[in-house]
Every structure is written in structure tokens, then in C-alpha cells.
Design a protein around this ligand. Structure first.
Ligand SMILES: CC(=O)SCCNC(=O)CCNC(=O)[C@H](O)C(C)(C)COP(=O)(O)OP(=O)(O)OC[C@H]1O[C@@H](n2cnc3c(N)ncnc32)[C@H](O)[C@@H]1OP(=O)(O)O
Ligand SMILES: O=C([O-])CC(=O)C(=O)O
Length: 390
């Protein structure tokens, strides 16, 4: 889609960088990390293994994976001052806001903060990946008035998050489901939050600044925030006792967007949605099939009516709800996974950097516009129209 000057609106289809991390073929529904297909990774890999793959460029040997997993678990430590900060935050704050601000604070305590060297960035990546999951779990317990749970280094990344969140040893089913979700969400080329991180990194600013910006971008409802919006919609329909298809039909007639549908790159099924749909169905069979069934009815209708496919956010909503996770933790869980990709991209950017600075087609008043002395101004002749917010 082009703007009034022909410039691609929203940088659609613009190739802005080279990268060896993630390959997507949007027309064929292909996603791969370092060339390995996401379907194979979802079935055979783990979050630790794909994180190694994203940061190092190749799958680890058994010994390398073991060492990597230990290093990640050993980084499960939050400075006391940061815990005090988490305890001081209003309990009503959204977990995504808290995560964004706490990652910024963590930068101040990181011993490698001043270095963008490859080895320093890898050390920071371990710390950020371990700590982001802990912060989400800890803030949730603090806001609910529950005691904090110490990390368990014998558990996987997914297992330890559930342990620190719920205070009970997670089932194998829940751990496996979350681990697969983390594998699926870990990277996606130059999506908005990753691009934001790379733009920040490219000024030679530090990794924590880049990740803070990325979390801010992920939070928006057109990006990672859509998974929470999907569940709000399902709850709204359920509470009103409405038929999901009729509800969505009305929304489309009113030109409203349906969260969890559409994608800038995929014109066919998002390969991650294939797995999340199956997980939502399988978990629902053992718990409550309602959220899957509503989701499936909506998906079939939106596909037929608008030719739009469900994206990664659509079935993650019912999957996480069936796992008993609160809605406002959905986007933070996306961040718990995407940190792996963000770090890989910041490392790649710093390792071969050039400032990212595109141009804009100028559409303002013609240069040179007159500077009217203040006493002669009768109205703000050049004031921008007030547009309704998007
Ligand atoms: C992890 C992720 O970030 S995945 C995406 C998560 N976001 C969402 O699920 C939010 C809902 N989806 C959307 O808003 C969009 O599909 C996006 C932002 C993902 C991609 O948007 P873009 O490529 O910019 O497409 P754009 O928003 O211009 O839509 C193109 C057309 O499809 C329609 N459309 C796109 N998505 C939807 C939707 N979810 N519901 C209804 N209509 C839609 C638009 O209304 C527009 O129609 P028009 O040409 O008649 O005006
Ligand atoms: O690639 C995108 O534009 C959005 C997306 O699906 C992701 O970040 O996972």
C-alpha cells in the first residue's frame, strides 16, 4: 500500500536490512530459524535449543546444549533493588508496562552495560532472557499479595517460569505446551519490535535500551498485544451469551478489525497458528473446550468472509487461558520468548553495524514558508487538522 507520494506506507515490502537469522516466505507460509523449518523445531526442539540456534547460528551438540541450559538457569537472579522497585509499582500497572520499565532499570545493574562487544552482548542475552521471565512471574505474585518463589535451576526455562508464577511444580503437559509456544514465538525477521530494537542498537546504544524499545513496540494491539485483545473478545462474547460468528459479523459490518487475524507478510496460513490451533484443541479437550470451539468458529467465518488467516496471536489466547494464565500475562509471555530473537538481532546489528536512517517524502508546507512575526498572527494558519485517533 502506497501513501499520497507513492512512498510505501508502513514500509510494506521494503527490504531494510540483511539478516541470517530468520527466513520467511509469506506466500508459502514458511518460517525458519537459521534455515530450519519451524514445523520441525516445534516438534523436536526446545526453547533452550532454538535460543542457542538463534544466537550461535547452528544447532548445539548435546554437551553444548547442556552447558547453554546451565548458563541460562544460572542467570536467574534479580538484584534486590529491582525487587524493591517491583514491590513499589502500583499493583494496577499492566505487566507489560512493568516489564518495559524493569528491563530499562536492569540495564543500570548490568556489569556489561557499557560494552557492545559480541561476547558482552552474549552475556547480556543470557541475563535478559533469564530475568525477563522471572520479572513477569514475580510481578504477578507481588500484585496478588503472594510470596515470591525462588527459581529452581533444575527446571527448564518454561518449567521455571510456571513454577515461579504458580508456586507449584508444573505438570509435564503445561511445561511442554509453554515450551512449544516459546519455540514458536522466538523470532520473526523484521517484525515491528525487532526492527525497533535494531534501529536503537544501530545508534550504538546498548542492548537493554534496544530491548526496552522492543517491549514498548510489542505491547501495541497491532503487534504482540493482539493476543490479549483476542481473549477479551472471547470473554465479551461469552459473557453476553452471543453467537461468536454473529458477534464477529457485526464487528466486520462496523469496519472493526478482528484481533488475531491478518498479517503483513503471510498471505496464507501463519505456520505458527497451525501448532497453536492444535494445542488449543488438545488442551481444551482435557480442560474446557469452549475457548477452542469459539475460536474455531470465528476463524472459519473470518476466513470465508474476509479471506483473512489467523495469525500467531489468535490461538495463543485460548491456549494460554486453558493453561490457567491471566490475560494480561499473554503479551509478557510473548516477550519471554521473543527476547531470544531480539538479542540475536541486536548482536547481529552490533557485529556489523551501520546507522539505520531512512528518508521521508516531505508533504508539509512548501519551502520556504514565511515566518510571520507573532504580533501579526491571527490564527495558526498551518495548524494540523485534528484527526481522530487510530
Ligand atoms: C505478532 C503479530 O504482530 S501478528 C499481528 C497481530 N495483530 C493483529 O492481530 C491485529 C489485527 N490485524 C491487523 O490489524 C492487521 O492485519 C495487521 C496490523 C496485522 C497487518 O496489517 P497491514 O498489513 O497494515 O494491513 P491493513 O491493516 O492495512 O489491512 C489491509 C486490509 O485488510 C483489512 N484487515 C486486516 N486485518 C484485519 C483484521 N484483523 N480484521 C478485519 N480486517 C482486517 C483492513 O481493514 C484493510 O481493509 P481495507 O483495504 O478494506 O481497508
Ligand atoms: O512479523 C510480524 O510482522 C509480526 C509477527 O508475526 C511477529 O512478530 O511474530
Amino acid at each position: 500500500m502506497a501513501g499520497t507520494t507513492g512512498a510505501p506506507k508502513g514500509l510494506q515490502d521494503v527490504v531494510a536490512n540483511e539478516s541470517s537469522i530468520c527466513f520467511i516466505d509469506g506466500a508459502a507460509g514458511v518460517l525458519s530459524y537459521r534455515g530450519i523449518d519451524i514445523h520441525e523445531l516445534a516438534q523436536k526442539s526446545s526453547f533452550e535449543e532454538i535460543t542457542y540456534l538463534l544466537w550461535n547460528g547452528a544447532l548445539p551438540t548435546a554437551a553444548e546444549l547442556n552447558d547453554f541450559s546451565h548458563q541460562l538457569a544460572a542467570a536467574r537472579h534479580i538484584p534486590d533493588d529491582v525487587i524493591t522497585f517491583l514491590q513499589s509499582v502500583p499493583k494496577t500497572a499492566s505487566p507489560m508496562e512493568v516489564l518495559r520499565t524493569t528491563v530499562s532499570l536492569l540495564g543500570i545493574y548490568d556489569p556489561d552495560e557499557k560494552s557492545n562487544a559480541h561476547t558482552a552482548n552474549i552475556r547480556k542475552s543470557f541475563r535478559l532472557t533469564a530475568k525477563i521471565a522471572m520479572i513477569v512471574a514475580m510481578f504477578d505474585r507481588i500484585r496478588k499479595g503472594k510470596p515470591l518463589i525462588k527459581p529452581d535451576t533444575s527446571l527448564s526455562h518454561a518449567g521455571n517460569f510456571l513454577w515461579m508464577l504458580n508456586g507449584e511444580k508444573p505438570s509435564e503437559t503445561a511445561t511442554k505446551a509453554l515450551d512449544v509456544a516459546l519455540v514458536l514465538h522466538a523470532d520473526h525477521e523484521l517484525n515491528a519490535s525487532t526492527f525497533a530494537a535494531r534501529v536503537i542498537a544501530a545508534t550504538l546504544s546498548d542492548m537493554h535500551s534496544a530491548i526496552t524499545g522492543a517491549i514498548g513496540a510489542l505491547k501495541g494491539p497491532l503487534h504482540g498485544g493482539a493476543n490479549e485483545a483476542v481473549m477479551h473478545l472471547l470473554y465479551e462474547i461469552d459473557k453476553a451469551g452471543e453467537d461468536p460468528v454473529e458477534h464477529v459479523r457485526k464487528m466486520l459490518a462496523e469496519k472493526q478489525k478482528i484481533s488475531g487475524f491478518g498479517h503483513r507478510v503471510y498471505t496464507t496460513e501463519d505456520p505458527r497458528a497451525t501448532h497453536l490451533r492444535r494445542m488449543s484443541e488438545d488442551l481444551g479437550k482435557d480442560a474446557n473446550p469452549k475457548w477452542y470451539e469459539m475460536s474455531r468458529a470465528i476463524e472459519l467465518f473470518v476466513k470465508e468472509e474476509k479471506k483473512l488467516n489467523a495469525n500467531v496471536d489468535f490461538y495463543s489466547a485460548s491456549t494460554y487461558t486453558t493453561l490457567g494464565i491471566d490475560i494480561d500475562l499473554f503479551t509478557p509471555i510473548f516477550a519471554i520468548s521473543r527476547i531470544a530473537g531480539w538479542c540475536a538481532h541486536v548482536i547481529e546489528q552490533h557485529d556489523d553495524n551501520r546507522l539505520i536512517r531512512p528518508r521521508a517524502d516531505y508533504t508539509g508546507p512548501k519551502w520556504p514558508a514565511p515566518y510571520t512575526p507573532i504580533e501579526q498572527r491571527t490564527s495558526s494558519a498551518h495548524a494540523l487538522e485534528t484527526k481522530p485517533s487510530a
